[in-house]
Write a protein that binds this ligand. Structure first.
Ligand code: NAD
Length: 350
């Protein structure tokens, strides 16, 4: 049974990843600082499961990370921990540099030292996988898509901090030989996403019958990938990827933001009409655009498909329907985030 050391495993993607990994027979040691984005409710079904150990702590805490690595002896480290919300990075970039750059560097140093001790003992089969974003590539015009060789051109403090962390990961491979892999993925959606991000925010507002804010003209384009498909891609890269390489991950699902919002409105109207005759589309309210808002992202994930045989399994329409149904079926999870009580009770720590 492999042991994976996962950072940021109480967040959106990390939480989905941990649930899947433990379900598939992996032992997981889960280090998460439990910032506002960390939510142990997401991991509630793992309470008492001996294959999941949760530790509250910072990836930048070198002593803690060193101790955990030496005690748990993981076969792989998967780094999800990050400050991840672009709007928050505009209001306060320092926290993004602290976790995404300084924290990742500290983690890399501890992982390098642990890996060296494995290597000296003749155990070579170790990998460090760094989870990153397509936002490092900047913005596209009307055509074209990002490949793994597209030059980095980050435009927000968030993407700049992720770009810096990607460069550090790369440097640790070229300088120290650390067997690293980096994935650059497009926008994720699905269960357990914090309702500050577009899709869960729109679902929450639309369900409540409140104005649905849409930035600018709503014509910014993102590629969308269902979170479980992203988690599968990460496992594929971890197990089959070539160390030192980066892999783009995408959903072949470019959509304008306004199309995403209208899709949610339609799905909710079908499932739970407002009751007063209003259509949810009427709630859409265009608001002042985000500064530096990238116009279009699109991902060319052919390297991952051709080399490792990964492709998304869900279409955008299937993924969106599944997501809306999940939020409707899991309102207690959402309500505890919205009223803040998810932060008061901490469960399952050991
Ligand atoms: P998230 O904000 O939902 O989760 C981040 C998690 O990291 C939280 O649980 C938080 O408590 C934890 N964390 C923050 N700072 C920490 C620190 N210093 N030490 C330990 N833990 C810390 O983010 P997410 O959407 O799940 O994204 C996970 C990763 O995937 C990030 O690196 C992000 O850049 C990347 N990514 C996200 C998307 C997306 O659409 N959400 C797309 C591509 C890549």
């Amino acid at each position: 049974m492999p042991t994976w050391f996962v950072t940021g495993g109480a967040g959106f993607i990390g939480g989905n990843f941990v649930l899947d990994a433990v379900g598939q027979g992996v032992r997981v040691v889960n280090l998460d600082a439990l910032t506002y984005a960390g939510n142990l409710d997401t991991l509630a079904t793992l309470e008492g499961n001996a294959d999941h150990a949760f530790v509250q702590g910072d990836i930048g805490d070198a002593t803690l990370v060193r101790t955990l690595l030496n005690e748990c002896r993981p076969d792989a480290v998967i780094n999800f921990a990050a400050e991840s919300h672009v709007d928050r990075s505009i209001d306060g970039p320092a926290a993004f540099v602290q976790t995404n750059v300084v924290g990742t560097l500290s983690l890399l140093e501890q992982v390098r030292d642990y890996w060296k001790s494995l290597d000296e003992a003749g155990q070579r089969d170790f990998r460090f996988l760094h989870v990153s974003t397509d936002e490092v590539y900047g913005t596209l015009g009307e055509t074209g898509s990002f490949t793994e060789t597209t030059p980095y051109a980050p435009n927000s403090p968030y993407s700049a901090s992720k770009a810096a962390s990607d460069h550090l990961v790369r440097a640790f491979h070229h300088t120290y030989g650390l067997p690293v892999l980096t994935t650059n993925c497009s926008n994720n959606y699905g269960p357990y996403q914090f309702p500050e991000k577009l899709i869960p925010l729109v679902i929450a507002k639309a369900l409540a019958g409140e104005p649905i804010p849409v930035y600018g003209d709503g014509l910014n384009v993102r590629d969308w990938l269902f979170v479980q498909d992203h988690c599968d891609a990460i496992v594929r890269v971890l197990e089959k990827g070539r160390p030192g390489e980066t892999y783009n991950v995408g959903g072949n699902a470019e959509r304008e933001n306004i199309v995403v919002v209208r899709t949610i409105c339609r799905l909710l109207d079908e499932r739970r009409p407002l009751g007063d005759g209003r259509k949810r589309e009427d709630l859409i309210t265009f608001v002042k655009d985000r500064p530096g808002h990238d116009r279009r992202y699109a991902i060319d994930a052919s390297k991952l498909r051709d080399e490792l045989g990964w492709e998304p399994t869900l279409s955008f329409d299937e993924g969106m329907a599944r997501t809306v149904d999940w939020y409707l079926d899991n309102q207690p999870w959402v309500q505890r985030v919205l009223d803040g009580s998810y932060r008061l009770e901490r469960i399952g720590q050991g």
